[in-house]
Ligand binder design. Structure first.
Ligand code: SF4
Length: 324
């Protein structure tokens, strides 16, 4: 049986909305609202949803770059959310992040050697500078950048190369889990596949586990073992990749899949166009949050919230239609 590396239980992250001269809290943005999922050792879970659905906030809250409002994040048996500063620093070595924007996430005044070497210094993983630079050189080569780049600065690189530097920095401390937060969204389509292939090779070589966040199902399809679909702060469906693509249960997943162009022109599929925009997470719709846009909504949907449950073989979904 697969071993869980990460387990997220009932995670919530609410941001206060302040107003007036006394900056009183008048409401909350419920960015992540009762989210539960797990990631098995060595696998990739794709976390997908439209922008603003809470997927990046979920990733950052797991790593405590943002403090959670409620819930549990269990990593190798320890609750990350209740660790003290020292234990958190130690566990961060095992849990790294790759950011979306390689332009913004690298310090422009640091050389590549220092960017990649910094986490090695923070965690005291090298005896001296020579050993540290040897490690940096090895990692850079592993991500497809030669040691001749070590003394250069981020502005001297292309977008794809900068993301390779971001990957090298994450790898430098030999982590177990990498949260890849839209790692290819800012890159040209031609470069996206190269970075995804690199991440897959590294996963095999280093036994890595990925939480791969993206807004596009077609991006996560290639790399994921399982996929979780998020809508307005909640996971609405989670299943094995093939199962999710072949037999999507939730109307929101069905609409996302209908938007992916069919490679085989003889196979026609009907595009499901959703009405309206994603509602505000400050005041989400009652009942099922998807009901104002759902083409299959019925009376119960606006009143009662559907339960997220397993419909067999770890295929989870939250929709009243499935309960009928
Ligand atoms: Fe649509 Fe109702 Fe299912 Fe929500 S519960 S996805 S509104 S059918």
């Amino acid at each position: 049986m697969a071993e869980k590396l990460l387990e997220v239980n009932n995670l919530k992250k609410y941001f206060p909305v302040k107003a007036g001269i006394f900056k009183k809290t008048v409401a909350y943005v419920k960015a992540v609202d009762d989210v539960s999922f797990f990631v098995n050792k060595g696998e990739t879970l794709g976390l997908v949803g439209e922008s603003g659905c809470g997927k990046s906030t979920t990733g950052r809250t797991i790593l405590r770059l943002l403090e959670a409002t409620a819930g549990e994040v269990i990593f190798e048996g320890k609750d990350v959310l209740s660790l003290n500063k020292e234990d958190l620093r130690n566990i961060r070595r095992d849990m790294q992040i790759i950011f979306q924007d390689p332009y913004a996430s690298l310090n422009p005044r640091m050389t590549v050697a220092d960017i990649v070497g910094e986490p090695i210094d923070i965690h005291n993983l090298a005896k001296n500078k020579k050993e540290r630079n040897e490690k940096v050189k090895d990692i850079l080569e592993r991500v497809g950048l030669g040691s001749e780049y070590m003394r250069r600065y981020p502005h001297e690189f292309s977008g794809g190369q900068r993301q390779r530097i971001g990957v090298a920095r994450a790898l430098a401390v030999d982590p177990k889990l990498i949260i890849a937060d839209e790692p290819v969204s800012a890159l040209d389509v031609s470069i996206q596949a190269q970075v995804i292939n690199l991440l897959q090779d590294l996963q095999k070589d280093f036994g890595l586990t990925y939480l791969f966040i993206a807004h596009d199902l077609s991006v996560v399809k290639h790399i994921s073992d399982r996929i979780a679909v998020m809508y307005l702060g909640k996971i609405v469906e989670m299943a094995d990749k093939t199962e999710l693509f072949d037999d999507p249960m939730h109307p929101y997943t069905q609409s996302l899949l209908s938007a992916i162009p069919e490679a085989d022109p003889t196979k026609k599929k009907e595009r499901i166009i959703l009405e309206g925009d994603v509602p505000s997470p400050v005041d989400p719709p009652s009942g099922c949050r998807f009901h104002p846009r759902c083409p299959k909504a019925f009376d119960k949907c606006s009143v009662e919230e559907p339960v997220f449950k397993d419909y067999g073989d770890n295929h989870f979904a939250a929709c009243h239609l499935l309960e009928e």
